[in-house]
Design a protein around this ligand. Structure first.
Ligand code: NDP
Length: 332
């Protein structure tokens, strides 16, 4: 069996050489430990930050130790009374084909309630990020204009649809015309703009004739600079991610548009989904209800094969994913 460790702390865009595949025997559980077999794993942009040895809200990955992330797995052998062979579980655990976990690291999920992959996406961390960031910080009202960047990704696609559920007008920003089509045709966004086009700034202006009341920011950089020139009075800006700068080697200096916020009395608030841990149940219940009612759609881009995990991760920075990027490691 194989696991993936962090081989280097990358400078700039990571490469496949920053990940090392290490062979080992399938481990044996002791005490109250549980042996699990990975079925699906999640690759996430925030992991880029953990590859760096810098202070953050979450500890950096250690060099030559397994990378950890969201995993759906099946219990193979259990020394714990709380888990039995065959249980499907989710947790933040090693990127490995087989791994030993403790009771606290995993929880059982029911494949009959929802497809197991959704616990890594729309009903898991990404859905909850969209739900709490948009509703708690953005607080969109009926008729307001919500703009979301990274709109065709896992978090962004959920944000736009939740804003629609709340009666807002929604414009998404994404990096290809196929993604724009998906947003307007499949997800019911009112508008969508391609940030890679030279005409982006003008296209965005045209797409939000009434200005921007809520800007849910997944990407930062020049995209965000453009949105800031269109803010309405009392605009709210949930700062969720800044993927455009995750691989930046120097300082990312922008046109400094703080005055735009002063003029509009806008509020910008950074957050991590973990801030809302005590309300996860509420969020997951609401998201599950919307999915069941067909009001909240989700897409998953699934790469097959554990050996393709680094490619799946690197694809996030090239925009090869539509919706949630996952890796299928083994057949359930
Ligand atoms: P996505 O599914 O959105 O995947 C990343 C997407 O980012 C790509 O598909 C790509 O789409 C876009 N992208 C890549 N590079 C750039 C760039 N230079 N400029 C603009 N867009 C770019 O990932 P997630 O939904 O998992 O995460 C979205 C954001 O939310 C990330 O910034 C992430 O760090 C953050 N996040 C924050 C959390 C929190 O607790 N605060 C929790 C979870 C995620 P395109 O083709 O459109 O370029």
């Amino acid at each position: 069996q194989q696991k993936i460790t962090l081989a280097n702390r990358p400078k700039g865009m990571p490469t496949k050489e920053d990940f090392k595949f290490v062979e080992s025997d399938v481990p044996t559980p002791k005490g109250q430990e549980i042996l699990v077999r990975t079925l699906y794993l999640s690759v996430d942009p925030y992991m880029r930050g953990r590859m760096q040895d810098t202070k953050s809200y979450i500890a950096p990955f250690e060099l030559n130790k397994p990378i950890t992330g969201g995993v759906v797995a099946e219990v193979v052998e259990s020394k714990s009374d709380s888990f039995k062979k065959g249980d499907v579980v989710v947790g933040n655990i090693d990127w490995a084909e087989y791994t030993i976990v403790t009771e606290k690291e995993i929880r059982v999920i029911d494949p009959k309630v929802a497809p197991v992959t959704t616990y890594l996406g729309i009903l898991g961390m990404t859905g909850l990020t969209a739900y709490f960031g948009l509703l708690d910080i953005g607080n969109p009202k009926e008729g307001e204009t919500v703009v979301v960047s990274g709109a065709a990704g896992a978090v962004g696609s959920a944000v736009g649809q939740i804003a629609k559920i709340k009666g807002a007008k929604v414009v998404g920003i994404a990096g290809s015309d196929e993604k724009l089509e998906y947003l307007t045709n499949e997800l019911g966004f009112d508008g969508a703009v391609n940030y890679k086009k030279d005409s982006f700034v003008d296209d965005l202006k045209r797409a939000v004739p009434d200005g921007v009341d809520v800007y849910f920011d997944n990407v930062g950089g020049e995209v965000t600079d453009a949105v800031f020139t269109l803010l309405n009075t009392n605009a709210r800006i949930p700062l969720c991610g800044a993927i455009s700068s995750y691989n930046a080697e120097g300082k990312d200096v922008g046109p400094r548009l703080q005055s735009a916020m002063i003029k509009t009395s806008a509020t910008m608030k950074g957050f991590t989904v973990g801030n809302y841990a005590s309300r996860f149940k509420e969020g997951a219940t609401e998201l599950g209800k919307w999915v069941q009612e067909g009001k909240l759609k989700y897409e998953e881009t699934i790469i097959e094969g554990f050996e393709n995990t680094p490619d799946a991760f690197l694809g996030l920075f090239k925009g090869t994913n539509l919706g949630k990027q996952l890796v299928k490691v083994a057949e359930p």
